[in-house]
Design a protein around this ligand. Structure first.
Ligand code: IPE
Length: 262
């Protein structure tokens, strides 16, 4: 079994304080990952930028310095540092992780399409029992240095590596059918029943803009799943701050969340 697990930046960092990590949460997540690994399964971890990446990107946006080479240097180093800190906490729990810097594997074209370099490096790590850890990052664009989100990397890798499962551990319970807190969580979005993803989008007017992230970008990301040719992928968007949820999700146990079936 191969699972791609995206851990939201708002889980592993404290978004209200720049450059702050939540050590205890990360250690807990590492312990929750263990039973899945110990039963011989394979895992790719991707984490978000939280109070590292997002903080610097927002700062530079305000200054209008998004094209600057020093900005690229600063963000890629900060994200690498965050990833090393997360990986080290996993290693202490005896999980064989290694960090693979996302900006060395991916670029983006002007239309926001991923250009990937040789992904076999990830497969070869998996074959040797290593857990590759990637992260949302700045990457080289045709012009400037766009952000490639960890969510996009998750979809891309899950599709290209033929993963069985793609898990999004976020700081909310799933995708809400309307405004957060005032509407229920959508249990299942079954694209197989709806024919194609296109049919789903065409037949579902007024999709809620409140996804699990502030930009509502989840719908665009689900759209990308089609672009990357995902098939037979079981996707779950759930709350990774709820203790034991990550362990259960990895082992396929039932938890509250939104399942997307492709
Ligand atoms: C963002 O990655 C990376 C940078 C801002 C450089 P994500 O978009 O995956 O991060 P989170 O999960 O929302 O924090």
């Amino acid at each position: 079994m191969l699972t791609v697990l995206k851990i939201g930046g708002s889980i592993i960092t404290d978004k209200s304080r720049p450059y702050s990590i939540r050590k205890n949460v990360i250690k807990r997540i590492a312990r929750e990952v263990k039973p899945y690994i110990e039963t011989g399964n394979k895992l790719v971890i991707i984490h978000g930028g939280g109070s590292y990446g997002h903080y610097i990107v927002n700062l530079h946006k305000k200054l209008g310095k998004e094209e600057d080479a020093e900005y690229y240097s600063k963000v890629t180093i900060a994200m690498n540092e965050l990833s090393i800190r997360v990986a080290e906490l996993f290693r202490i729990e005896h999980l064989p992780v290694t960090v693979i810097a996302s900006h060395t594997l991916f670029e983006l074209d002007d239309n926001g399409n991923i250009i990937a370099h040789d992904l076999s490096i990830i497969q070869r790590h998996l074959d040797k029992g290593i857990i590759p850890m990637l992260y949302g990052d700045l990457v080289l664009g045709e012009r400037g240095f766009p952000v490639l989100s960890g969510d996009d990397i998750g979809w891309y890798l899950a599709c290209k590596l033929n993963a069985n499962r793609l898990l999004f551990a976020t700081s909310v319970d799933g995708i809400y059918a309307g405004p957060i807190g005032q509407s229920p969580i959508i249990d299942v979005i079954d694209f197989r029943e709806n024919g194609t993803i296109n049919a789903f989008f065409n037949n579902t007017p007024g999709l809620p803009v409140h996804g699990y992230d502030v930009t509502g970008g989840i719908w665009n990301k689900i759209r990308s799943a089609r672009k990357y040719g995902c098939k037979n992928l079981d996707v779950l968007i759930f709350n990774g701050l709820v203790e034991d949820n990550i362990r259960k999700a990895l082992l396929g146990e039932r938890i509250v969340g939104t399942r997307v079936l492709l």
